[in-house]
Design a protein around this ligand. Structure first.
Ligand code: PLP
Length: 381
C-alpha cells in the first residue's frame, strides 16, 4: 500500500450533481475541472463526471484541454478559460474546442488560423465588467465588433461571458450588481451590430447560488460539485434562505494513510524537530507517513487533526517533509497499520477541508489543488 491514498466517492458526486441540476434547472452546467479537477485528479474525476451525465467541461489552458480530450471518449464540449500556447491554437480550433477571447491579440491569431485551415473557431468573447482581470473593456468594443462583423464566416459565436470578483461575500454586493448591469448593457452592443452570441454565461459557484440573475444560459461550476462551499458565508446564507439545517453537499474526496510506527514519550521531552512540542504528560504517539511534500501543510504543525480508531486526535510537533505525528495517548487498542483519516470520515467523525483550512488559513481551493498528483486515487462507491 502507498503511504497515503485519495478515495473519490461516485455516490457523493452523484448526490452533488443531482443537487446542482435541481438548483440550476433550465441552465446548462459546465463542470470546471481546471487544476487537475481541483486536485481530485483528471483521470478518475472526468470518468466519474461523465457517468453522472456531465457533458461540458471548463479548463484553464490548452494543455489541460489536451489531457481532458485524451481521457474522455464520449462527445463532450471542452472550453478553455485562459491560457493557450501559440503552438496549440491550431489544435484547439481544429478539434472544435471552445475558448475565451479576451484581447485583440487573440482575435488576430485565431482569425489568421481559422482562415488558413478553413475551420471556424468556437469563441466566447469575455467582457471586462469590473473585475479588472481578463476581458474586453467597453472602449475596445467598437474595434472588436468591426473585426468580428467583417469575419463572420470564420468563427462560431458560442458565447459572451464575464467573471465576478468575489460573489462569495456579501461585502461585494454592490460590485456584483454593477457587474451584472454592465454585462447586460455590453451584450446589447453586440446585438445592435447583428452579432448574436448563442449563450451568455457569467456565474461561478458563489454567483450561481447567491445571485440567480447571473445564471443566464450556463453556469460554470467548480467548487460546489466537489462538495465544498465557496465560503462559510455562502454556506450559511444558503441554509438560511432554504430553511434547512444540514449540508446538502457531500465531499467526494477522502485522504487516508496508516500508522507506520507507535512509541511512548515521557513528560518533559520534546517531540519531533526543534522545541515546538513539549510533552506535558507521559504520551503515546503515532507516526504517519505523510508530510508537507505530500500536501499536508506545514502550518498544520501542532494544529491539525486526524481520525484514528474513530477518535479525532491532534497533530503534535512540526509536520516533516514526509511524516507527521499524532497524539494517541487516549486511543485504545491501536496498532501499526491502523487507518488514519486525514480528510474525510470514519464512523460519525469527520475532518473536512473547511475546518482544516480555517486552522491553516488556506482556502478550500488552495488546499485541494495542492494535493500532489502522485498520490494514488481510487474511485469508491
Ligand atoms: C475557476 C473559475 C470558475 C469556477 O469557480 P468556482 O468558484 O470554483 O465555482 C468559473 N469561471 C471562471 C472563469 C473560473 O476561472
Amino acid at each position: 500500500m502507498p503511504a497515503s491514498i485519495i478515495e473519490l466517492s461516485q455516490s457523493a458526486l452523484q448526490n452533488n450533481i443531482t443537487f446542482l441540476k435541481k438548483q440550476f434547472e433550465n441552465t446548462r452546467i459546465s463542470s470546471v475541472v481546471k487544476a487537475n479537477a481541483y486536485g481530485h485528479g483528471f483521470e478518475p474525476y472526468l470518468k466519474m463526471a461523465v457517468a453522472c451525465g456531465i457533458d461540458h467541461f471548463s479548463v484553464f489552458s490548452s494543455d489541460e484541454a489536451k489531457k481532458v480530450k485524451s481521457i474522455i471518449k464520449e462527445p463532450v464540449e471542452i472550453m478553455i478559460l485562459g491560457w493557450i500556447n501559440d503552438e496549440d491554437l491550431e489544435w484547439v480550433i481544429s478539434n472544435q474546442i471552445d475558448f475565451f477571447v479576451f484581447n485583440h491579440e487573440r482575435v488576430d491569431k485565431f482569425l489568421e488560423i481559422s482562415k488558413r485551415i478553413g475551420i471556424p473557431a468556437k469563441i466566447h468573447i469575455e467582457l471586462e465588467t469590473g473585475m479588472n482581470r481578463t476581458g474586453f473593456h467597453s472602449k475596445e468594443l467598437n474595434r472588436l465588433i468591426k473585426k468580428l462583423s467583417e469575419n463572420k464566416q470564420h468563427f462560431q459565436f458560442k458565447g459572451i461571458c464575464t467573471h465576478f470578483a468575489g460573489a462569495e461575500s456579501i461585502a461585494n454586493y454592490k460590485r456584483i450588481h454593477d457587474q451584472i448591469k454592465k454585462f447586460k448593457s455590453l451584450h446589447k452592443r453586440f446585438l445592435k451590430s447583428y452579432l448574436i452570441p448563442e449563450t451568455r454565461h457569467a456565474a461561478c459557484s458563489a454567483a450561481a447560488l447567491s445571485y440567480p440573475k447571473t445564471r443566464f444560459d450556463m453556469v460554470r461550476i467548480g467548487i460546489l460539485q466537489y462538495g465544498f462551499w465557496p465560503s462559510v458565508e455562502a454556506y450559511i446564507q444558503f441554509l438560511s434562505h432554504n430553511n434547512i439545517q444540514t449540508d446538502p453537499l457531500k465531499q467526494i474526496l477522502s485522504w487516508k494513510s496508516v500508522i507506520m510506527s507507535i512509541k511512548k514519550v515521557k513528560t518533559g521531552e520534546f517531540v519531533s524537530y526543534g522545541t515546538s512540542y513539549l510533552a506535558q504528560k507521559d504520551m503515546k504517539i503515532a507516526l504517519i507517513p505523510v508530510g508537507y511534500s505530500q500536501g499536508y501543510a506545514r502550518n498544520l504543525s501542532n494544529q491539525g487533526r486526524v481520525i484514528i480508531k474513530g477518535q479525532r486526535v491532534g497533530v503534535v510537533g512540526m509536520v516533516n517533509m514526509n511524516m507527521l505525528i499524532a497524539d494517541i495517548t487516549t486511543v485504545e487498542k491501536v496498532n501499526i497499520g491502523d487507518e488514519v483519516v486525514l480528510i474525510g470520515k470514519q464512523g460519525d467523525i469527520s475532518i473536512n477541508v473547511s475546518s482544516f483550512t480555517e486552522i491553516s488559513d488556506q482556502l478550500n481551493y488552495e488546499l485541494l489543488t495542492r494535493l500532489p498528483l502522485e498520490i494514488t486515487r481510487v474511485i469508491t462507491k
